[in-house]
Design a protein around this ligand. Sequence first.
Ligand code: GDP
Length: 456
Amino acid sequence: MSTIASISTAPGIGGIGIIRMSGEECFNVLEKIFIPKKKQKINEIKGYTIKYGNIVYNEEIIDEVLVSFFKAPKSYTTENMCEINSHGGNIIVRKILELCLKNGATLAEPGEFTKRAFLNGRLDLLQAESVIDVINAKSDKEAKTGMKQLEGFLSKEIADIKKQIMDVMIQIEVDIDYPEYDVEEITNNQIINMLNNVEKKLIKLEKSFDDGKIIKEGIKTVIIGKPNAGKSSLLNAILKEDRAIVTEHEGTTRDTIEEFVSINGIPLKIIDTAGIRNTKDEVEKIGIEKSKEIANEADLIIAIFDASKKLEKEDKEILEISKNKKSIIILNKIDLKPQIDENNEILKQTGAAIIKISALNNIGIDKLYEEITKMFNLNEINIDNDLVITNIRHKNLITNAINHLNNAKKSMENSMPIDIVSISIKNILEDLGSITGEVVTDDIIDEIFAKFCLGK
Ligand code: GDP
């Protein structure tokens, strides 16, 4: 494989920058641009050492650097690797990268280092995918789950299940190879039992995605309410407490912004349309129609009402939108003289929790958090003891495996020829193999690694 190079630190101004190289020619390229202070031969420097020296080009010192050496196979990619720690900022790192490229390296594609770690067998595909999760984590729990997957806990569970399926296969083969032994009844029952055991494990993993999705994507939340109910004040109160990550998201009708805050280590993804937070212009305020549209896709609706006013027609429409969804009713402005409270019949009829707050005075926001925690069982998501699937690709493959397993069971129960059963069983093995990457097409691999950032 070629020798690749890339800048691994994020662009911008920072103390240090890191340029990473991997491949057989790595140290030959380095030799042309790096002079260690102690003038050692680059190829003789041991792995797991750091050398101080200069990056030099045309006898001009470009930067003073530290270079970490990793010798194949003991490196991230299992190839020869080095990491040049230079001064940060935009100019020096780019100049050093250019020198690497001029002297024989090629520019790495996004995720190519991790892709090589996978292709060279150091990580399985599931572990490689978890690297993206760790890097992109928006909450503690997401980072922790990613790390657990990277360490191989989930891979081990998949391997265990595969082993059980292989045992089923062996039983079936006994049946095919020695039909003269009249053991059919026993083996049939045995096989069905074995399949039931595997099914239990697969269903548990499939179910864990309910939590996994929340951990990874956050609870998609919208705040709806008529103009002046206090939507933007509530959002500001939440963000003031716990501003996390803002991502711009180009919507179809208008750009929306996703604001992440973390509740008990789980991200709450608040879909903020431009109308909620930034504009004070009534025309720009989010309309009922738009609210409906967004609320449709939400996991949680926070419906906010001005408690100092009687409910109006628009408020009832807001209640209508939140009807068949997980929703929380907020009575805002409790610092003012109340006109409605939690005993209001129309509000009570919805069955939703009613929480009284003053967004402006930051009162009651903790009660809102408590309610969300309760509603989504956030305290029960136990990532320390349970394995959690967070990746939709893995979840879909597990669902496929369960379907194939059911087919196998049905064939057994209907006394279909045993080779029909064995086809379903092979399909299960393939599904599981696609998760860890033993059976997977190049297209899928390319698609997965294209999501990585440069230098990883
Ligand atoms: P939005 O149109 O739903 O986004 O409502 P805003 O958050 O812009 O609030 C409308 C008005 O109500 C603003 O003047 C806020 O200062 C005020 N407001 C919001 N929350 C409270 C509150 O808890 N108490 C009082 N007294 N006023 C509030």
